[in-house]
Design a protein around this ligand. Sequence first.
Ligand SMILES: [Zn+2]
Length: 244
Amino acid sequence: MSLEGNKWPGVVRWVSGFILLALLIGLFYNLSTFSIRKEIAVLAGQVGQRVIVLDPGHGGFDGGARGLGGVEEKEIVLAVAKYLAEYLEQVGARVFLTRDEDEELAEDKVEDLDARIKLAEEVAADLFLSIHANSFPSPYEYGAQCFYCHNHPGSKNLAREIQGALVEGIDVLGNNYREVQMAEYYILRNLEIPAALIEIGFLSNPREEALLRQGAYQKRLAWCIFIGVVRYFSGSWLVEDIVN
Ligand SMILES: [Zn+2]
């Protein structure tokens, strides 16, 4: 009897401790995201009426990179692009996707890329984002990384804002130490508008592959990219450059 009697207060203490911890984690999370949401709400007006082309890489016969678990790059990047399109449309942007289903744009790889570039020209886009997922021989590499080239003076700042938002917003696998990188990708150097190519993570890392398959994680990636785009259009990089 006395043993039974002593057991309950222990369980109650454990449960109430657990609830308190959950509440504290929730409070911390809300406080840290509140300031970002407030900032985005104020700046999002800058994105309204902008024409943005989102380019989910690959498609159709071209699956892109493949994870050890079997998922293909073309599926993941399409899902992220669709979530990103939703966020951008919610603040008034006009969004065009180079593909909204599993299809290639041409049988030839260069022609396929040219078709994506041509769409941006046809709709008189203000901004172009190509979305990809990475792969590397070592299974330990992780983290999103943004690339730009010197096709337009705004491209580097665009890539920096998106990289910053991704580093700030996602550290599930640890700190993302990656920085923006210049790369002469065909699609980037043939565009005349601010453009960036975002590698959203490594399919060759089994833990990251598992995350990349999850809708919640895809949404989080899209949200971070959205924050980067909003900050780019709001010119916050200009303010930072002056302050620093
Ligand atoms: Zn790719």
